[in-house]
Design a protein around this ligand. Structure first.
Ligand code: C5P
Length: 213
């Protein structure tokens, strides 16, 4: 069983995907963390973010420690990730890893949940269940702002909203694998839906699919 969870930044897809994986005993891959890890390598080496060859080399040499680095969650890393994610060569270099995870999740688990931007459209177009999680920019910025404040980061709501709009535009308007729902995706708008209600709706969709396969 392959479940894809796509959507824009701070829509709640990570929380939803992680909970679905735990609920059904499936493997979970946060594909954003791979793009972030490549970006962090370049930032730390002081390499130009437009240097595709360096980014592809970093993509080919990622290991476990790269994927658990706390600096992956920094806003600067997320912003740099959306830059390198627009480069076709970088996306191609990360494709095989994501597909291998979906086809053969760790520990022999019976399924995989992958979250990202293009999982239902490009990485796993034949997935069993596709979810597209979204929310208004204002709602997403409000959540991200509260999250940053809780971590002690001093930033205004307006700055968070601006940053989120820039990331949305970059992710949606890029020529390769733009952010968009797959034609057969279930849309979950979390603007006025609690994470609990979204989780329940998602569980019902997955259970319905399990019953028919
Ligand atoms: O989801 P997250 O905010 O961690 O992703 C960071 C950036 O990586 C996104 O803004 C997006 O540009 C890129 N990304 C992507 N495709 C994915 C996952 C993430 O382009 N499947």
């Amino acid at each position: 069983m392959i479940i894809t969870v796509d959507g824009p930044v701070a829509a709640g897809k990570g929380t939803l995907a992680r909970r679905l994986a735990a609920r059904f005993g499936y493997g979970y891959l946060d594909t954003g963390s791979i793009y972030r890890a490549v970006a962090l390598r370049l930032l730390r080496a002081g390499t130009d973010l437009d240097d595709s060859r360096a980014a592809v080399a970093a993509a080919g040499s990622l290991d476990e420690t790269d994927l658990s680095d706390p600096a992956l969650r920094d806003e600067a890393t997320g912003d740099a990730a959306s830059h390198i994610a627009a480069q076709p060569a970088v996306r191609a270099a990360l494709l095989a890893f994501q597909r291998a995870f979906a086809a053969d999740p760790p520990d022999g688990r019976a399924g995989a949940v992958l979250d990202g931007r293009d999982i239902g459209t490009v990485v796993c177009p034949k997935a069993d269940v596709k979810l597209f999680v979204t929310a208004s920019p204002e709602a997403r910025a409000g959540r991200r702002h509260a999250e940053l404040r809780a971590r002690g980061v001093e930033v205004s709501y307006e700055a968070v909203l601006d940053d989120l709009r820039r990331r949305d535009a970059r992710d949606s308007e890029r020529g390769v694998s733009p952010l968009r729902p797959a034609d057969d995706a279930h849309l979950l708008d979390t603007t006025n839906l609690s994470i609990e209600a979204a989780f329940k709706a998602a569980c019902d969709i997955v259970a319905g699919k399990q019953a028919t396969t």
